[in-house]
Write a protein that binds this ligand. Structure first.
Ligand SMILES: CC(C)(COP(=O)(O)OP(=O)(O)OC[C@H]1O[C@@H](n2cnc3c(N)ncnc32)[C@H](O)[C@@H]1O)[C@@H](O)C(=O)NCCC(=O)NCCS
Ligand SMILES: Nc1ncnc2c1ncn2[C@@H]1O[C@H](COP(=O)(O)OP(=O)(O)OP(=O)(O)O)[C@@H](O)[C@H]1O
Length: 209
């Protein structure tokens, strides 16, 4: 199974690129969505996060905007939150990969905002970065409710600089020029990846048979 790691800093167009892969029938695992589920009603991280950050749980789920205001801008607090969430997200990813391998999928996408920051790129056969100039990133993100330039800059300082990500990625997709060029590039990536053998999966010890 061939594993594509899709990444990009906040607002660079990851979700849009993910939905294009999905439209082509590729299974995508979305790490942001996994984090949200872990902290929603019944989520495995609700009580752990509330214990570490008292007062962030409301009606049995985590108020992410409140939690974000506590951790973005406080590197030690963010590290603590990551220490709770990242092992759980890694478990979900393993489960996803196992399921897809068992179903005989030739190709999957892992959509991971912190792919390079966490070393997750080492488990991928190909890395794809979405990027856009800073002013495009700003204009996109500042349209979101509850977002300010100050908050955006706090989040940016917690992420690897875009120029470093561009050096590391196998493929760089510029998303500031519209959706069509990205759609065409993703179709080409899928066409060329679907018949390639991945080096990372199946992991013999973990996939029965
Ligand atoms: C702080 C939280 C509660 C804010 O939730 P909220 O719904 O407001 O934002 P959302 O999760 O959609 O994240 C939006 C973007 O913020 C950036 N971001 C999120 N977490 C981090 C982080 N630990 N470091 C740097 N940037 C981050 C990413 O670009 C992400 O795409 C949430 O992001 C979180 O729990 N983050 C820690 C877990 C984590 O590292 N997630 C990244 C995927 S594994
Ligand atoms: N290729 C593109 N061309 C034009 N607009 C785009 C493109 N990609 C994304 N956008 C727009 O930019 C905004 C942010 O995109 P998206 O939600 O995909 O980013 P993201 O990287 O997933 O953000 P985050 O990391 O914060 O969740 C959306 O309004 C989306 O429509």
């Amino acid at each position: 199974m061939f594993i594509i790691g899709l990444t990009g800093s906040i607002g660079m167009g990851k979700s849009t690129a993910s939905s294009m892969f999905r439209r082509l029938g590729v299974a995508v695992q979305d790490s942001d969505a996994a984090v949200h589920k872990l902290m929603a009603h019944g989520g495995r991280a609700v009580s752990l996060v509330e214990r570490a950050f008292p007062g962030v749980a409301r009606d049995g789920q985590i108020d992410r905007a409140l939690l974000g205001s506590r951790v973005f801008g406080d590197p030690a607090a963010l590290k603590c939150l990551e220490g709770i969430l990242h092992p759980l997200v890694a478990q979900e990813r393993e489960h996803f990969l196992r399921q897809q391998a068992l179903q005989g999928r030739p190709l999957v996408v892992l959509d991971v905002p912190l792919l390079f920051e966490t070393g997750g790129d080492r488990d991928c056969d190909l890395t794809v970065l979405v990027t856009a100039p800073p002013f495009v990133q700003e204009s996109r993100v500042l349209r979101r409710p509850g977002m300010s330039l100050e908050k955006l800059n706090r989040i940016r300082t917690q992420q690897m600089p875009d120029r470093e990500k561009r050096q590391r990625a196998d493929i760089v997709l510029e998303t500031g020029l519209g959706k069509r060029p990205v759609w065409l590039a993703i179709q080409a990536i899928v066409r060329q990846s679907v018949h390639r053998k991945g080096a990372h999966w199946p992991r013999r010890a973990k996939v029965p048979g």
